[in-house]
Design a protein around this ligand. Structure first.
Ligand code: PEP
Ligand code: MN
Length: 257
């Protein structure tokens, strides 16, 4: 496997985005957005807090086809405009080969969503770019399947893969959306050269659980956090229940710094 030949420093040191791994990377932003104004307001509030990685979805992988699917092309235009205006790094999910061809080189980190971790043709296309890829673990995937998915990207020449644990499915119905597999942190760090980013938002599905899960992940040594954040979470068009507000984000940032 190619990943076994990578060193820790090969991974994610690109001329595209230079990430300072001395402290945990915070990627934040709304699940999706409905307008330029909405996203600009959130992005500038994040920037004021020193967060330069803005994650927001233009192409949403919604379980229910009648739910808002994102602003799509218009959303990508907004993301690229805000990238320029606020000098921020854009992290966003791309869901088709065509989208990767069109936008892969224009954004800073391509997110591959949980539902697409097994989409091997999509992984190959992401592997043909030299843009870092945030590969979310499918909620049913073993560590081996997740690493095999990463290998698809590496095999095409892109070594810049970041792994994202976002909760796995158990067979007990309960309050939470998924279950955060915090053991993935030592597993990935001990056995692979990859950085591991924890997404406590999708894992728990509840905003009130996000700070403790974020702090627990930091204590366990996570390399970064991906947190759904909005100025007015209740107005968020998608995943509002798990989205935190800026005061809660400040609490998590305080823990890091
Ligand atoms: C998201 O990041 O908004 C998302 C849909 O996540 P996942 O692919 O992990 O479900
Ligand atoms: Mn979401």
């Amino acid at each position: 496997m190619l990943y076994q030949e990578l060193t820790k420093t090969d991974n994610l040191i690109t001329d595209k985005v230079n990430i300072n791994w001395q402290e945990p990377l915070i990627i934040a932003g709304p699940c999706t957005f409905a307008s330029y104004e909405e996203l600009y307001e959130i992005a500038s509030s994040l920037k004021k807090r020193g967060i330069t990685f803005l994650r927001a979805g233009a192409y949403k992988m919604r379980t229910n086809p009648y739910n808002f699917q994102g602003l799509r092309e218009a959303g990508m235009d907004i993301l690229l405009r805000i990238k320029k205006e606020l000098d921020m790094h854009i992290v966003t999910e791309l869901t088709t080969i065509e989208q990767i061809k069109k936008y892969g080189h224009l954004i800073d980190i391509i997110q591959i969503g949980s539902r697409n971790m097994y989409n091997y043709e999509l992984l190959k296309e992401a592997g043909k770019t030299n843009t870092p890829v945030l590969l979310k673990r499918a909620f049913s995937a073993s560590y081996e399947e997740w690493l095999d998915a990463a290998e698809y990207i590496l095999k095409e020449g892109n070594k810049n893969v970041l792994l994202c644990e976002r909760g796995i499915r158990n067979n007990i119905s309960n309050e939470t959306r998924f279950v955060l597999d915090i053991q993935a942190i030592p597993y990935i760090q001990h056995n692979t050269p990859f950085k591991i980013i924890i997404d406590p938002s999708h894992a728990s599905g509840n905003a009130y659980m996000v700070p403790s899960m974020a702090k627990a992940s930091l204590k366990a040594g996570a390399d970064g956090l991906l947190i759904e954040t909005h100025i007015t979470p209740e107005k968020s068009l998608c995943d509002s229940k798990q989205t935190i507000d800026l005061d809660t984000l400040d609490e998590i940032i305080k823990e890091i710094r």
